[in-house]
Design a binder for this molecule. Structure first.
Ligand code: ADP
Ligand code: MG
Length: 310
């Protein structure tokens, strides 16, 4: 049976009434409508995933649905925004009911978990490309921006890094299988609650999508500061530690992307308010550039600074 565009939207995406108080009008009209409470700002972000660039052909569509929303929610988390709504633009080579059911399932399950409404989108035919725009709310002036780090601030990381990079190496046959690393690559958890907790505490924040060195580098350049990172304090999983021991490749946690942990800075007087589970990994300094302390010795760090498309 041929699946028409509107039947496709109705069957897979327009499947539940809006949950979020901000949604005044969801899927079905020319635009969706959001109510922005007085004193709040709307945070807007978009991220696309393209076959062969961001994922291998034949990747489980439920994982793609989850990850597409997760990477967008991660940007909201890094800003300290409360997610409220999302739009979805799909370019599909064909309308495959099994693929669509699994993709929509992965996407909407994560949306439900965060009470995010799918409020609209676009559906076209073409090479597989998945794109979403997420919207969130922040009390005016409280966003966690990249430019707020100051010399003397401590640098924190919300959890283990390097696991998604290890997962990619496993897919490429360059590391031993580890189900948890693959899970981190395929089903990242956006740190939404942590982002909310960091309002009023963090002086700057970013999510780790391109690699710690590159993403912390964005904070440093936007804040006009430098930093010293303590390699020995990086939170690493057993699998990543074992990989580094075996291969000697200690740069993995600095250069691997896709972990979606938050990297943030906070002044020393806020130390007691830092949520549990966050590791202090270094310090902001006035001298520009990134320095790395490893096994008691300090070096300038100018290695591969992560993934860039162009
Ligand atoms: P228009 O032609 O006015 O842009 P469309 O025919 O593209 O409208 O879409 C009809 C309705 O379905 C709109 O409300 C649109 O936002 C929504 N929509 C289209 N594609 C998707 C999708 N993949 N997911 C969710 N909503 C969608
Ligand atoms: Mg349209």
């Amino acid at each position: 049976m041929r699946l028409g565009e509107f039947e496709l939207i109705r069957r897979y995406f327009d499947v539940e009434p809006p949950q979020n108080a901000a949604t005044a009008l969801g899927i079905g009209d020319d635009c969706a409508l959001l109510d922005i409470p007085p004193g709040q700002q709307l945070a807007v972000t978009t991220d696309a995933m393209v076959e062969t660039v961001h994922f291998y052909p034949h990747t489980d569509p439920a994982l793609l649905g989850h990850k597409l929303l997760a990477v967008n929610l991660s940007d909201l988390a890094a800003m300290g925004a409360q997610p409220c709504a999302v739009t979805l633009s799909l370019t599909l080579p064909h309308a495959d009911p099994d693929w669509l059911a699994a993709f929509a399932g992965g996407f909407l399950q994560l949306a439900r978990r965060h009470q995010v409404d799918l409020i609209g989108g676009d559906t076209t035919r073409g090479p597989l490309c998945l794109s979403a725009q997420a919207l969130g709310l922040i009390p005016a002036g409280q966003a966690l921006r990249r430019g707020g780090a100051r010399p003397g601030d401590m640098i924190y990381l919300s959890g283990d890094i390097g696991d998604a990079g290890l997962g990619l190496k496993i897919l490429q046959g360059r590391a031993f299988n580890d189900p948890e690393a693959l899970e981190r690559l395929h089903r990242p958890t956006p740190r939404v609650e942590l982002g909310l907790q960091l309002r009023g505490i963090a002086s700057s924040c970013i999510d780790i999508s391109d690699g710690l060195a590159a993403d912390l580098g964005h904070i440093l350049s936007m804040s006009n500061v430098g930093a010293r990172l303590e390699w020995d304090k990086l939170p690493l999983s057993a699998a990543v530690s074992a990989y580094i021991l075996e291969t000697g490749d200690w740069t993995l946690p600095l250069t691997a992307g896709d972990d979606y942990e938050l990297c943030f800075t906070a002044p020393p007087e806020k130390q007691r308010q830092i949520p549990p589970g966050c590791a202090c990994i270094g310090e902001i300094q006035s001298q520009p550039g990134l320095r790395l302390r490893r096994f008691g010795r300090e070096h300038p760090y100018s290695g591969n600074s992560g993934y860039a498309h162009f």
